[in-house]
Design a protein around this ligand. Sequence first.
Ligand code: GLY
Length: 258
Amino acid sequence: MSNPARIALVRGVSPAMQRCELTHLAREPIDVAMAEMQHARYAQTLVSLGCRLLELAAEPDLPDSVFVEDTAGVLDEVAVLTRPGAESRQPEVASVARVLERWRPCVRVEAPGTLDGGDVLRIGRDVFVGQSDRSNAEGIRQLAAAIAPFGYRTLPVPARGCLHLKSAVTYVAPDTLLINDAWVDRSHWPGMRFVSVAPGEPHAANALWLGDAVIFPASAPVTRARLEEAGLRVIALDVSEIQKAEGGVTCCSVVFAD
Ligand code: GLY
């Protein structure tokens, strides 16, 4: 049976990326040209895994706008347009909304709610949402109300010491989570199989499962080996400049069924 058709929404790297929001990382020089190359390779990988790209133009004045995941969550039935927790990021949503409105009915998180898509981890009909500095109780309440009519259950999860829930845990294969136990409590997922990040690779829990592979940062080789030992096919990408902006491989796309 062929894979279902998928769309991957992406947006080019902003030339202003150096001015990105940083919460848990110290600022380092970002090579924007290299970030663009890394992002292009990432987009090619999405295509190689069966996605059709929907590409938004880079935003010259929105430093974090390459991280489209934070602006929307797309389910088969509805798209939820977020209200990002960092004020500088809230203008990113309008252009994403204009595109997604062509694919799905859209609902919006309204003030005083805040929600970042990086805090939203969906596993089937369960939607785990990080209680983070970016996603507040009102934002999580609005998300839950928007998706409950379609049979989704929303489960808030505290995340600590990291930007988003998906900095701490991602779904990488059937019934399998990649986790940094220092940042989130695995008891929220009883019955799951876990692969833990390796010591010294705290940022390795952010991986993007697509089809028969997992897109993963090349900067975490020991965790990569653990994933491969667990039977996963790993595509390791150099995303060093994206990581300096406190981003990861899930943040750079919104993948949904066509
Ligand atoms: N720089 C990514 C973020 O803080 O949202």
